[in-house]
Ligand binder design. Structure first.
Ligand code: PLP
Length: 390
């Protein structure tokens, strides 16, 4: 890359030293023609890989009609996507956003307003979770890495340990308006909720009547073999927030709500200029139709098991280096005994893109369309690197 280039950006991103030219299927190609197998997946956005023909067609067809209309107008792509979401999830109401953090903000507003008549105002969230970068979302997180220097945060938000049913029981009471959680924590290293924790949460909800908000921004839209990760448990959250994969690469998120919150937002109480952009929603319709109708979730589940099997074999071979392999479907964390940045760098040099989260966890978020041959290639390269480590 040109070393003399002026850096115009706030220093928010540590960019990779590669310059992508284009993507095709599960591969990215840089401007020098080097090919990368993508197990990074745009951090869970590129579920259908790159240049998917149906997404491209949906986008270009919509661009030919209109690119933007104010939300004062009824828009066909929004109608179609809302109907698809409601039909396949059972949720009654949808609000479209541009991003995950905006969906969280909207959900916070809904839960606050919902709690007013019964005097409930407290929101409970969990340690090591990640809900976004806006101040409301940061108020539900405890990691200094994201929060330091940006306070003060929202009042009446309590962060307690994840997967600790005893603390949960001690904390929740009649003042609890909502509990926000990632049933499968992503940024913190792919940590699933335990069955006992979710059973306790449900019992407490029956007793105290509060809202459960599932953050499915990273784990949702088929990534774990089901439309939402929480479906692996026997629970129906009142609100679900999604984003990332929903727009097929265009900025799109959504808040889904059940009957208990269906009447909370009234005209003018919430809104967004761009939220539910018709081009993004048209892409969303193509994404959902494909994921649901073309057995993409089944592939995510099947290939996830294949990947797990091979990672467990690697763990048996290198037990001192690989501590845990966690996750479901195509959302997998490999916890190492060491920082993983150098492994990520070497893999990239070998033509495979992966991500390191929480310093020592290799996070795999491949497109849901990967096949055995891609997993075999990934495992072969990872094995080679592990064999060279002390
Ligand atoms: C679980 C979770 N929630 C919320 C967000 C925030 O989404 P966005 O970056 O679209 O604002 C993310 C992003 O990584 C996420 O993984």
């Amino acid at each position: 890359m040109d070393k003399n280039k002026v850096n115009y950006f706030f220093a928010t991103y540590n960019r990779f030293p590669i310059h992508i030219d284009y993507g095709d299927g599960v591969y990215l190609f840089d401007i020098e023609g080097k090919k990368y197998l993508d197990f990074f997946g745009g951090l869970a956005v590129n579920s259908l890989g790159y240049n998917d023909a149906d997404i491209r067609r949906a986008i270009t067809d919509q661009i030919d009609k209109y690119i933007h209309l104010s939300n004062y107008f009824i828009q066909e792509p929004q109608q179609q996507l809302a109907k698809l979401l409601a039909t396949h999830t059972g949720y009654k109401k949808v609000f479209f956003t541009n991003s995950g953090t905006e969906a969280i903000e909207g959900a916070i507003k809904i839960t606050r307003k919902w709690g007013i008549p019964s005097g409930k105002s407290e929101i409970i969230a969990f340690s090591n979770s990640f809900h976004g970068r806006t101040l409301g979302a940061l108020s539900l997180m405890d990691r200094n890495k994201y929060r330091d220097g940006f306070g003060p945060f929202l009042p009446n938000c309590k962060i307690i340990p994840f997967n600790d049913p005893i603390v949960l029981e001690k904390t929740i009471d009649e003042n609890t308006a909502a509990v926000f959680l990632e049933f499968l924590q992503g940024e913190s290293g792919i940590i699933p909720a335990t069955e006992k924790f979710i059973v306790t949460l449900k019992q407490l909800q029956n007793k105290y009547k509060f809202l459960i908000v599932a953050d499915e921004i990273q784990s949702g839209i088929g990534r774990t073999g089901k439309l939402f990760f929480f479906e692996h448990f026997d629970i129906n959250p009142d609100i679900v927030v999604v984003a990332k994969a929903l727009g097929g690469g265009l900025p799109l998120g959504a808040i889904l709500g059940n009957n208990s919150v269906a009447d909370i937002l009234t005209p003018g109480t919430h809104g967004s200029t761009f939220g539910g952009n018709p081009v993004a929603c048209a892409a969303g319709v193509a994404v959902l139709n494909k994921i649901i109708n073309e057995r993409i979730m089944e592939n995510a589940e099947r290939i996830g098991k294949y990947l797990f099997h091979h990672l467990h074999e690697l763990q048996k071979k290198y037990p001192a280096i690989i501590k845990y392999v966690r996750g479901t479907g195509c959302m997998i964390g490999i916890e190492l005994d060491r920082e993983c940045t150098s492994i990520v760098t070497t893999m990239r040099e070998q033509g495979i893109l992966i991500n390191c989260t929480n310093t020592n966890v290799i996070r795999l978020l491949p497109p849901l369309i990967i096949k055995e041959e891609h997993v075999d290639h990934f495992i072969k390269e990872l094995k080679q690197i592990l064999s060279s480590l002390k």
